[in-house]
Design a protein around this ligand. Structure first.
Ligand SMILES: Nc1nc2c(ncn2[C@@H]2O[C@H](COP(=O)(O)OP(=O)(O)OP(=O)(O)O)[C@@H](O)[C@H]2O)c(=O)[nH]1
Ligand SMILES: [Mg+2]
Ligand SMILES: [Zn+2]
Length: 335
């Protein structure tokens, strides 16, 4: 991971929209960086906001635009691109190539749509944020993101925030056990009391992570606590309050733990409309490992299906099964 000039980075982000004025930055490249740019080395997209692109290159933050032949290309936070240097002080870096994505987190508006958009590229893991006071709603959301993460080759962790709002931790423990059993680490946090932040931070160490969650679950609040001086706007309207405070994704480094964290706008739903129904089971590990009589069993009453026994043994959780059945029905409708 390249070293980051954090001070320059933080200065740049001080005003959220400073990157609309690229002139100031074009002379900011060091001599070594200029040489590297000249050889088309790889930069990484760290913000895209209404068509404006910021990349980090050799530890420096630069505004960038597509080179002539690249019009129509779309990049998202995390994308790796080759760039050419600004031609003069009034110019910005030009993106000449978008490299293949190693991982991708994609979603559609809902399960019936195929308006696929990439939430983040090349992240190592997604941190699904839900809240302790609406655990079942959050768990259903998480189930969908876990499927998308599996499709896009990302790891996933669950962060159950707003622990300060609950007295009884019984339900929290139950949900945590449900996902830990699937190999998904779960951490409980409170952005108000600071509980659990160190434990969450440990999961972020050394990798690129992206938050995903409903609006108002506290992604930006956690982001601000994890990223020194990030100062992201935090919404004052509560859950599903109609206002999405964070409007664009942004990646910021956390040098102390050699990590990058991507804050994303909250979403109302996480659609999986481009997933083929018959591929769903392979993205739900507890169903994927069932040994049924039929190779292409979808665990829907087929003879020799191992699901009933797995359910009785507690190897498949009823809520996860419900998610699966709903998703299967929705995705079949698309065929
Ligand atoms: N009680 C409590 N409130 C919290 C906690 N974390 C965040 N909040 C509050 O929840 C509200 C929404 O927080 P945000 O951080 O803006 O939520 P977000 O997930 O970034 O929302 P979007 O940007 O809309 O996706 C704010 O009023 C926060 O102060 C927490 O741990 N406990
Ligand atoms: Mg936010
Ligand atoms: Zn089966």
């Amino acid at each position: 991971m390249p070293r980051i000039d954090v001070e320059a980075f933080e200065d740049e982000w001080e005003d959220d929209h400073s990157f609309v004025e690229p002139r100031r930055r074009s002379d900011a490249l060091s001599e070594t960086a200029k040489q590297k740019v000249a050889t088309h080395e790889i930069a990484r997209v760290v913000a895209v906001d209404r068509g404006r692109i910021m990349v980090v290159f050799d530890g420096e933050l630069l505004p960038a635009r597509f080179a002539g032949g690249m019009r129509g290309t779309k990049v998202v936070v995390g994308d790796e691109v080759r760039i050419t240097p600004p031609r003069d002080d009034n110019d910005v870096a030009r993106i000449t190539e978008l490299l293949d994505r190693r991982t991708w987190l994609t979603r559609t508006g809902d399960d019936a749509q195929d308006d696929e958009r990439v939430v983040v590229a090349n992240a190592d893991q997604v941190v699904v944020v839900l809240t302790a006071d609406h655990l079942e709603v959050g768990a259903r959301f998480a189930d969908r993101v876990l499927v998308a993460a599996s499709v896009g080759h990302l790891d996933a962790v669950l962060c159950i925030n707003k622990l300060d709002l609950i007295d009884d931790r019984g339900e929290f423990d139950e949900v945590a056990a449900r996902y830990e059993a699937l190999g998904v680490p779960v951490r409980g946090t409170s952005a108000v009391t600071g509980e659990g932040l160190d434990e969450l931070r440990m999961l972020l160490t050394g990798v690129w992570s992206a938050f995903s969650g409903h609006s108002g679950v506290g992604k930006s609040s956690l982001f601000n606590l994890l990223v020194p001086d990030a100062d992201h706007a935090v919404g004052e309207i509560g859950r599903f309050g109609g206002r999405h405070t964070t409007v664009a994704s942004k990646a910021v480094p956390i040098p102390a733990i050699d990590a990058w964290l991507v804050d994303t706008p909250g979403v109302r739903s996480f659609g999986l409309g481009t997933l083929a129904a018959e591929h769903l089971t392979r993205h739900m590990p507890e169903l994927d490992r069932l040994e049924c009589a039929l190779d292409d069993c979808v665990h829907d009453g087929e003879p020799g299906c191992a699901l009933p026994d797995a359910l009785a043994a507690g190897d498949v959780h009823p809520t996860r099964l419900e998610t699966y059945r709903r998703l299967l029905a929705a995705l079949r409708d698309n065929d």
